[in-house]
Design a protein. Structure first.
Length: 221
């Protein structure tokens, strides 16, 4: 600011003003640098968002392929079990789809190459076999350090004819040994149907008289 002093005109020093300008220039440089970094980061985010649908689609494809290989093996194993136990031309078919990034799987049955309602015909027997197979497959994937390989099958042979029970037990016994599973099977069928495919067979007898407990008899396997 200019002032008059004793008839003389005094001019303010430009140094503080220059310093202020220099600070503003430095500040502008910093802001421009930060703005450049923000723009670069935003460009990377935009590029990722543009690529994300393709990545998600590719991951879904890989998941379908991976599960496809697993499901094909499951289909073959369950189909083999059905044919061995029931002695019929049955085939297990899986259907899969991705929903909300999760794989949803449904199973159906074909007889002689044609779809069959599992609730008709021998649906109960089919359900018996498939249920056992899916349980063994699911349990075999668990971490042995956190889960004991122990399976209880309660009346899992209820819909099977007596002559088919040994076939089911033969497959269960073979798989259990291979996977090192301990399986407890509870059944109302005759113990004679289990002798050849069990390590131990126990028969539970009703009490002889009122007030007594049930009797457990160990049979030779």
């Amino acid at each position: 600011m200019d002032e008059m002093s004793g008839g003389r005109l005094e001019v303010a020093s430009p140094i503080p003003l220059r310093r202020g300008v220099d600070r503003l220039r430095w500040r502008r440089g910093m802001l421009e640098e930060n703005l450049g970094k923000k723009r670069a980061a935003l460009a990377e985010i935009d590029a990722f968002l543009e690529m994300q649908p393709k990545v998600a689609e590719r991951l879904d494809e890989l998941s379908r392929n991976l599960f496809g290989d697993i499901l094909r093996e499951i289909e073959l194993n369950l189909t083999y079990a059905l044919r061995e136990i029931l002695g019929q031309d049955l085939r297990v078919v899986s259907h899969r789809e991705m929903k909300n990034r999760k794989m949803h799987v449904t199973f159906s049955i074909e007889r002689d190459g044609r779809p069959e309602d599992i609730l008709t015909g021998q649906g109960g027997s089919v359900c018996n076999v498939i249920s056992v197979g899916l349980r063994l497959i699911a349990l075999s994937q668990l971490d042995e350090r956190q889960h004991r390989r122990f399976l209880v099958l309660d009346e899992q042979d209820c819909w099977l004819r007596p002559d088919l029970v040994p076939r089911l037990m033969s497959i269960i016994h073979t798989i259990a040994r291979k996977l090192q599973f301990q399986v407890l099977v509870i059944s109302h069928h005759s113990v004679d149907l289990f002798r050849d495919h069990a390590d131990r067979v126990y028969r539970i007898q009703p009490p002889v008289k009122r007030g007594d407990g049930v009797r457990v008899e160990c049979m030779e396997g």
